[in-house]
Design a protein around this ligand. Sequence first.
Ligand code: SF4
Length: 921
Amino acid sequence: MGKTNRKEQINSVPISRFQIDSLLSAFDQDQTLLTPNHRSAKVIMQAYANKKKVGEVWSRPQVFAIDIWLQQLWAKLSMNGIEPFCKLQILDSFSEQCVWTEQLKASAEKYPLLNIQETAAAVSHSYHIYNQWFLFEKLKPRDSKYSQNFSAFLYWSKHYKYLLEKHELIGLSDAILILIPSLHELVRFLPSRVLLVNFSDPPPLYARLIGTLEDVIELSYHTRNTPDISSKTIPNEWQPNLNSVKRLQFPNLDTEIRACVRYSLERVRVNETEHVGIIIDHEKEHDFLFWKEFNRQTSPRNNDLSPTKAQYFNTFSSAQSLADVKSIELALSFLELNQTRIETQKFCHLLQCHQFALGDKELSARISLELLLRNNFSSTTRLGHLQSVMQREGKPYYCPHLSTLLTKFSELSRRPREFLSLSAWAELFTRQLELIGWPRFESEDYLQWQKSLYQLSSTSAIVGELDITGALRQLRSLLYQTPRRIVFNDELQISLVSLDEALDFDFDSLWFISADDQRLPCSISPDTFLPLSIQQEYGMPRSSYKLQLEQANLILTRLQRNTHEFILSHHKYEGDLEIRPSPLSRTIPLSPVPDIGSTNNLTNPLHPVEFEYVQEPLCLPLTSVIGTGGTSLLSNQSNCPFKAFATHRLGAQKLPNLQPGLDAMNRGSALHLALEKLSTKFNHQEKILESSAIIRQKFIDESIEPAIEQMHKQHPDVMTPTFSNLERIRLSNLLNSFLEFELSRSPFLVHETEQQITWDHSLLSLNFRVDRIDKLNDDSLVLIDYKSGKKSSYRWFDDRPDDLQLPLYQLAIGSNIGHISGAFIYQVNIKEVTLAGATDKEDLHPDIKPLAQVRLFDGTWTDLQERWNIIVLAIAAEFEKGLLAVAPTRGNQTCQYCDLSSLCRINDQKNLLDKQDELTP
Ligand code: SF4
């Protein structure tokens, strides 16, 4: 039974999306309507409901997607004890894929695969096509001309059938093959009259099924207001009607979407019953781009960025899977706490979340805990260890409630056996999520989640017993395969549809975006496992350009007939790539592009918003001594005053990432340590010269061990014996190259390593360490800092250098320890080992040019020192003054590696400036 909807109560003329009138007599005669897919059945049902009067109660008409109808028929025969139907259970698509996955796993030795689950989905699809085109009758399996893929497919298919037989199961296409010859004896279970709606050119299996049904019951056809492909009334080539079809070209996708949204909003504003269609490409995430643009043009201050909260259009297939939904992702993250080792990063996300029993309780302690974990923990850890940390009373990260909740959570999962059936796991997961109070609110997503758990349980018999990792993998796979259900809103006049979906509807106006030569006709994508020559011989979908072209001509002809105004648009460039328009639209003259306003127009044409300009103070002077930050404080100030202010005065920092494995920083500090140890052992160039290869390697090996120990302490789970050996090899290669470079320098001895310095100046007290100080033959000293990253330009001769490390070193050390004749960065990485810096000396190393030969600086080392001192003091004074201008010294180049753009809002500033430029006559 159904009831008329709200739209009809408000508006006596509902939006017409489908002409139902020609089907009404079939409903009156109680006919069963079958459609090729679920989507078409839903559209018909919706149109039927719209036809009913306000408050009228009506019976659900018999409208089914053919596959659903066949499954129901099979179930009916089974309930009546008719063989073989009562002996075999039809699989749903996920269970079917589970069988394929098990089968592929079992044959891993013969056919090793990288991604079993993805391959299982592809093989399952090929198997249905194989049945639908009766290829088992046509192909000889032993024919050597077919590919290895096809041999593998046949091998898997044989074993798949064997597995199904064993479990008394059957897939849908095999079930249809059994049903067809039996239909003559099953007439009493069939409806007497069936109307087939929109079946144009079905695959041979369905054509044979329809042919057999035609023999046993009264069967008629309905193909909406357009003829069938097989009727030959459609011309081979689409003939655009230039009175109703327009072609537009835009410079890029952004402008194309903006124009389309503006057009659609105008159409629905002028006529409140108009149905506007937009044909998009789900794979390119057009739906999200459209949602953003609708949001921008209708309510730019909408703070809720969830597409479900701000709905502007209906869509009929979701680009999102259930696993992509945030609340479902959260449930999965909680369930992963059942594993022996858990991902620290995921646990940090859980700490931020308030959508479970604790809500905002202990929020500030949870934030402190997250900071502690991000700064001190490795990428994986044990839940028990985390609980012991959060139970430390008196610490800012003390979270007793969270700890108690997690204890109860873990207690639930205590079980007698490691391996359980999927139904037992599903039951446990449900209880655990109930305990932690997930979800806080019931929703359509939650209903889908419950159905998914039920579906998971029903595959228990197929996959057998699994451990927790296997059970979670199975659940995740199911959620990824389940498209998120989209709620249809009858009040919305705009529909975003794929090309196929567009054929199910009538439109008053239709806009086909990105109608380029890749989409129209669609590029070919033949089936992976079936021989291509066979696919082309039997005209299987997407197997040849000719077929795609025919299909595209047919679709355009139909769309043109189902709409009053039809726009095809395309854009000329995607990045640097030039895009060609569809060959099917080239005969349509280009129409002038409508005015769509400026790219940088932040205000909304429909709801203009006045910006409020607030003048912030330019300076907030430092009032007490600052003792942290080291040399980076001055380098940051030199690069961008706001960066220094935010980092060293506000303490702003990007949350450290808990990437699995070692990051560049871990590796860099390990190399620093090894270099320091090696420079202490070889503290004189002569020592290197005099040492044998064996001694050198011995010293290298000894220098590496403390570095390996340090990495082991930081990442015990990553530094396995094998991985530690790999790191030893990496460090050994670097240290060998380093010693070779040391030998190519003029004579030196290592005067100091890791010298601790404090530079006190006014309100600054900066601590840092100079990696190494070398003494040269003339007793002068050179300052050295090791760097393990890529070589970069430090801009030492600019007014605001990128890096003030060396200028500050030489100023802070002064002449107390002797005469300094140069300062250098020692670059040590796998690409090169080299020295870069400034000196007057000519014979230090062939790589080092003396300042007299440097084009960018006109002066001696002493001149440079004086200049550096002035710059360092000026920049220090600027920091003390508290200058907080958002002013990156080298524009985008400076911002490129800065993490603070969301705080300084440099991009908003740029947009506003652009806009002001546009407005200035
Ligand atoms: S992103 Fe650029 S402007 Fe913003 S703080 Fe960083 S360097 Fe400065």
